[in-house]
Design a protein around this ligand. Structure first.
Ligand SMILES: Cc1ncc(COP(=O)(O)O)c(C=O)c1O
Length: 376
């Protein structure tokens, strides 16, 4: 079996992830920040240490500006719904996932915000010069950009974008790049960033992160018990409690702690992933009837394609049944990206290699697609 669906979630997870989760579930553990006994304090330490490590990895000076969420989706909702006010104008890249487009659609309806799509090349990479011109027609309350598209695999130039946006607040969807490419949130001038830990960070599902620059005071998405200021009916004003109501996903945090031990030893593997994608792109270039929807310059983090008139679902099914290759067909929850790439509504087949894959895996995938294209 060859797993080429890392853009959906990474697999396998490092051994330390399962070990830390099992340890959390089987040893004496308690709720964090809720009681004063040793088991509760140990949990609070785990939360603090994991948050500190993540802050270090992502270039955040004060770890309380990193909020634990359920996933990238919740973090994106938190920023969009907590920040935007009636009449705001918002810039979006043409490649946004529905985790961005659906909350924005609600805000268009309910708060009468307006959206402007950023100019981009055929793969969805933002045209920085044209963006400067758009920004001059502002002001815009926010720009929302996926660091890398989960469809075309295109990677945005965040430093160039920050410059072109000329102080327009920037929300980065780092679902596909956290733990994969180096990101230094504060030195890159990013105001908000959301990601999950189950993709490139190699952690378990059900946990995410949201960076909120201390320069903004957003409304929380959820309010409730925090273990702090319990005498008050008002949500605490300080971070992270202001944005973390209810019991945290503590076994998810334990697993993430294990993933980070592994990631720290191994380093980020974005270059490995880009190399594998480029091998696919080069090896598939001569397949008859193949259309590639990813940049071929060594930067793509996943590869989207169509083969002649074969529906993406049929191609993915045949790759699994006949060659043991697991990949994802369809719209990948990002119809806007497919509209930009010209692959809406059928979508594409996405091959997304990751840390566990080898050059031989790519060769097998290339041979399989060649065989399906030539033998039918
Ligand atoms: C670019 C992008 N944004 C957001 C998400 C949502 O992530 P999650 O489902 O982990 O919340 C995904 C997941 O595939 C994604 O690829």
């Amino acid at each position: 079996m060859i797993y080429l669906d890392h853009a959906a979630t990474s697999w396998p997870k490092p051994r330390a992830v399962g070990e830390e989760i099992a340890r959390w579930l089987t040893e004496l553990t308690a709720n964090a920040g809720r009681s004063g006994h040793q088991a509760s304090l140990a949990s609070a330490r785990l939360v603090f240490q994991t948050r500190e490590r993540l802050a270090e990895l992502l270039g955040v000076a004060h770890s309380e500006d990193l909020i634990f969420t359920h996933g990238a989706t919740e973090g994106l909702n938190l920023v969009l719904k907590g920040l935007l006010t009636p009449g705001d104008r918002v810039l979006v890249s043409p490649l946004e996932h529905n985790a961005v487009m659906r909350p924005l659609a609600t805000l268009v309806r309910e708060r009468h915000i307006t959206l402007q799509t950023l100019p981009a090349d055929p793969w969805g990479r933002i045209d920085l010069e044209a963006t400067r011109r758009v920004v001059r027609s502002g002001p815009y309350a926010l720009a929302v950009v996926a660091h890398s598209s989960n469809v075309s695999g295109a990677v945005q130039d965040l430093a160039g974008l920050h410059d072109a946006l000329n102080h327009t607040p920037l929300l980065v969807d780092a679902a596909q790049t956290a733990g994969v490419l180096p990101i230094s949130i504060e030195s890159a001038g990013i105001d908000f960033l959301a990601c999950s830990v189950h993709k490139g960070l190699l952690g378990p599902s059900g946990l995410g992160l949201c960076y909120l620059s201390p320069r903004y005071d957003l409304l929380p998405l959820v309010e409730g018990g925090t273990g702090s200021h319990s005498e008050s009916f008002e949500q605490p004003g300080f971070r992270p409690d202001r944005y973390e109501s209810g019991t945290l996903n503590l076994h998810g945090i334990a697993g993430t702690c294990g993933a980070l031990q592994d990631l720290t030893q191994r380093g980020l593997l974005g270059e490995h992933q880009q190399h594998l994608c480029q091998l696919l792109i080069d090896g598939l270039a001569t397949v008859p009837g193949l259309r590639l929807h990813s940049p071929a310059d060594g930067t793509a983090l996943c590869v989207s394609l169509n083969l002649a008139e074969m529906p993406p679902e049929s191609l993915a099914l045949r790759l699994e049944r006949e060659f043991g290759i697991l990949c994802r067909p369809g719209l990948h929850c990002a119809p806007a990206a497919h509209q930009h790439l010209g692959t809406f509504p059928a979508g594409t087949v996405r091959l997304s290699p990751g840390w566990g894959n080898t050059i031989q895996d790519m060769e097998t995938a290339i041979r399989a697609i060649h065989a399906l294209a030539t033998n039918g």
